[in-house]
Design a binder for this molecule. Structure first.
Ligand code: NAG
Ligand code: NAG
Ligand code: NAG
Ligand code: NAG
Ligand code: NAG
Ligand code: NAG
Length: 771
């Protein structure tokens, strides 16, 4: 729909539209109203309509659709889908994963989605040699082998875990090779840890880095170990993180959710996202690959040292032999009952350590699956839902809890369409991403391929990757969507019986109780992070995203069996979601209703006023605090302070403009039922709301970051690709100034404040009646 004439009139209430054009739109408006009226006459509604002798309001229609959708999300189907998608280990790029892709496509087609098809990419991937285990070998001084890790985790539940090579322990993107040397314990492998190691006189240079999982993305740990001169890296799961109740059989899997003795976390060691050979462009067969493997290695995107993951039992074999200084107390853990962690380097006896890793890089075809429910009113507006389907092994938690739920959301929506004559006003697009585990590859290539179309058509992207735990929903999103996610959570019945007994009737109530903001006014809502497929949508394309899951306040983002071979349906059904998978069901209900809200609301639930409030009351104080800690010359301090004040002023202006814009929205909504022309007014309002979101994309990228990180407010953290960071451009300029406090770097801090300001002005101008 062309929204000609928007902004040409001064009076926001009356004429967003040039009067000479109204005639053309009148026809359109009337026909749209008719369609809405017909939609309201579906089987479910007709009784009520005629009983009450009056036409249902739009709210009545929506409410009744919501009821039907929530009711149609069926637990038994989720269980069936889960088993269908987790039959075999299905790493991206393999035959087994291709089968899962087709299983998803056929589930969606059976449900009745339109245009279900695959979008292939040819991307670089990494595999172990599945028939030769990766090993840790310890030899005595006379060359006799004392210990050899099996490199394979044992099957514990035979019916679910007997697939070929399921137990193989490996890390994607590792270099191929064998290294021998002394080992150094590097705690979590953070920047600070490596700095501390240097102070403690235990350099990792020329040594094998032994690091524990947790507090950051593994790829970043490996990257730093390599940067600090390590010749190899070993990652282990510490029982203090993954077996908190002890490692007795009764306290671990399959009796509890805690990691068994030989469990190992697999995963990617890439330092970056997307196909490493085609940054910023999609890996299509006929497009040139701008990078070589050698370049990707030189640039540190993929490691050039061998890396392998080990169990805590194997970690004991290494750590119980280590000599050197005792590691700091915060570096201690529970690998052995009475074991004190030492830094090394090396072993106390004259023993040697070798790691053998077999790995190869190869180009394979991956496939995203896409399917549609065509919108009745605005088919060119996309409400996008997505989850990846590739897994390190069976993936029944990560990601196929989400895959099964998404398939059920699709099916339940089609059921509602079939039974009630509801059809979403906007198009709902279902996405199943491939090769997420390797570094968000499927979604990144997709966003790179379709970025222009997505920026024009996509209203929102809603991601659900993994159902992590069973306590509460947890949502990360941009401030413009805070209100709508809370509203939707209030509509979802609480799946947890013990919570309902406490009077917490809805998902929202438990959310408030589990993750409250400090002031208790609302649940805590995080900024979107880099841990799943929402990242390219927000960071590269500026599309507002929601990423949500069910979590536990103590274990937070991860769970002990993460990326192990023990993520099979038994875990979902008997350890995590034991009350007949009600959490899976509630997750589907939330997802479906959130999508419906974006698809059906005449005015998009994008709230720029909330954005203004959050920037002013939350983000700017953080920025002010960071700036106040810089030691600056008087002149530079003045320069930066002035710029900060300009930013604050623009944010306040944006907030006021947005509040004014809300009056326009309210007026339009109010007159919607009476005035057919307002269909066009609503389209104009929506156009502006969507455009406001795009204001934060800086086409030149974020200072000091890979150019695909283009969102000036939200970016993936440099030091931890799992988490998000706020106003990274300013942050990086501040860091550069701290390292080299000169005039040029002080000017860059001011400039980066101005870059944020520029985006805020863009929102202001987008909402303004005239430019
Ligand atoms: C990996 O290294 C082994 C020796 O450790 C060698 O035999 C093999 O050819 C290498 N594989 C690749 C793909 O480079
Ligand atoms: C650890 O130390 C305690 C107390 O000294 C002792 O009773 C226990 O047997 C030790 N455990 C191991 C595995 O050595
Ligand atoms: C909806 O109807 C279509 C067309 O009859 C059918 O193919 C599809 O299976 C139905 N879907 C559901 C979930 O009932
Ligand atoms: C969160 O999970 C951990 C591990 O299962 C458990 O010990 C803890 O009690 C859980 N917390 C809540 C609030 O359920
Ligand atoms: C919730 O998860 C914990 C493990 O963290 C488990 O012990 C408990 O049984 C689960 N509760 C339900 C209702 O599934
Ligand atoms: C937008 O958010 C503000 C602040 O939370 C709220 O007062 C306002 O009612 C919201 N507007 C709409 C249209 O929901």
């Amino acid at each position: 729909m062309p929204y000609v004439g928007v902004g040409a009139q001064q009076d926001s209430h009356k004429a967003l539209l040039n009067p000479s054009m109204m005639k053309a739109y009148a026809v359109l408006g009337v026909s749209l109203l008719l369609i809405l009226a017909v939609a309201a006459m579906g089987k479910h509604h007709s009784e009520r309509i005629f009983n009450h002798h009056k036409a249902p309001t739009l709210e009545d229609v929506h409410k009744s659709t919501t009821d039907s959708l929530l009711q149609n999300i069926d637990v038994e189907r989720i269980k069936q889908y889960l088993r269908r998608f987790t039959k075999e280990p299905h790493v991206a790029g393999t035959e087994a994963n291709k089968k899962v892709a087709y299983a998803i496509a056929s589930a969606w087609s059976e449900a009745g989605l339109d245009d279900v098809h695959t979008i292939p990419y040819e991307v670089l991937l990494s595999y172990p040699k599945f028939d030769i285990p990766n090993r840790v070998i310890i030899k005595s001084s006379n060359g006799k082998e004392i210990f050899r890790s099996s490199g394979v985790s044992p099957v514990i539940i035979a019916e679910e875990q007997s697939g070929k090579y399921a137990g193989h322990q490996w890390l994607a993107w590792s270099a191929n090779g064998s290294v021998s040397g002394e080992v150094v314990y590097c705690n979590r492998g953070s920047d600070n840890d490596f700095k501390n190691l240097a102070h403690l006189g235990a350099s990792v240079e020329g040594k094998i880095a032994l690091m524990r999982y947790g507090e950051g993305f593994r790829g970043d740990k490996v990257h730093r170990a390599q940067k600090n001169g390590a010749i190899g890296a070993i990652l282990f799961s510490d029982p203090s993180d993954v077996a908190a109740d002890g490692t007795d059989e009764t306290q671990i899997y399959p009796n509890t959710i805690w990691m068994p003795h030989e469990g190992v976390q697999r995963g990617s060691c890439m330092h970056g996202d997307g196909d490493p050979l085609t940054p910023y462009h999609p890996s299509k067969k006929d497009l040139f690959k701008s990078k070589t493997i050698e370049e990707a290695k030189e640039e540190g995107v993929i490691p050039s040292i061998p890396v392998l993951p080990i169990s805590y039992s194997t970690a004991y074999e290494i750590m119980s032999r280590m000599k050197g200084r005792i590691a700091p107390s915060s570096w201690q853990g529970k690998v052995g009952e009475n074991l004190t962690y030492k830094l090394g380097p090396g072993f106390s006896k004259d023993e040697s350590l070798t790691i053998n890793v077999y790995s190869e890089l190869t180009t394979r075809r991956i496939r995203n699956i896409i399917g549609y429910i065509r919108g009745s009113q605005e088919p060119d507006r996309y409400v996008m839902l997505g989850n990846h389907f590739d897994a390190w092994v069976y993936g029944s938690m990560d990601p196929n809890s989400g895959t099964a739920i998404l398939a059920e959301v699709a099916r339940a929506m089609m059921q509602t369409i079939n039974e009630t004559s509801w059809r979403p006003a906007r198009t709902i697009v279902f996405n199943a991403w491939d090769a997420e585990e390797y570094g968000l590859i499927g979604s990144t290539e997709f966003v790179e391929e379709f970025v222009d179309i997505l920026q024009k058509r996509a209203v929102v992207y809603i991601n659900m990757d993994t159902l992590v735990a069973n306590t509460s929903i947890s949502v990360d999103t941009v401030p413009t969507l805070h209100n709508i996610v809370m509203e939707v959570a209030k509509k979802i019945p609480n799946p947890v019986a013990s919570e309902r007994k406490k009077g917490r009737e809805t998902v929202f109530d438990t959310w408030m109780a589990t993750f409250p903001l400090k002031d208790g006014t609302a649940p805590e809502i995080g900024i979107p992070n880099g841990g799943s497929d929402q990242a390219p949508f927000l960071n590269f394309a500026g599309i507002p995203v929601v990423n949500f899951e069910f979590k536990n306040a103590t274990t937070r983002d991860t769970y002990p069996l993460y990326h192990t071979m023990y993520e099979t349906p038994f875990t979902n059904e008997h350890l995590i979601d034991t009350d007949n998978m009600k959490i899976h069901q509630a997750t589907g209900q939330f997802w479906a209703e959130l999508a419906r809200s974006f698809a059906d609301a005449p005015v998009l639930p994008i709230n720029t006023t909330k954005l203004g409030h959050v920037i002013i009351s939350e983000y700017l104080p953080i920025l002010k605090n960071v700036l106040s800690k810089l030691s600056l010359s008087k002149e530079d301090a003045e320069m930066i302070k002035t710029q900060y004040k300009f930013l604050l002023k623009n944010c306040q202006e944006m907030l006021h403009m947005s509040e004014k814009f809300e009056e326009t929205i309210a007026f339009t909504q109010h007159s919607f039922s009476k005035n057919p022309y307002d269909m066009t007014h609503i389209a104009a309002i929506n156009e502006r709301l969507m455009s406001s979101e795009r204001c934060f994309v800086n086409p030149r990228g974020t200072l000091g970051r890979n150019p695909s990180a283009r969102h000036v407010l939200f970016s993936v953290s440099e030091s931890d690709s799992y988490s998000g960071s706020l106003m990274a451009g300013i942050g990086n300029a501040v860091d550069a100034y701290k390292n080299v406090p000169n005039k040029k770097n002080a000017r860059e801090v001011a400039n980066q404040i101005s870059v944020v300001q520029y985006s805020v002005k863009c929102v202001l101008n987008t909402l303004r009646e005239v430019i």
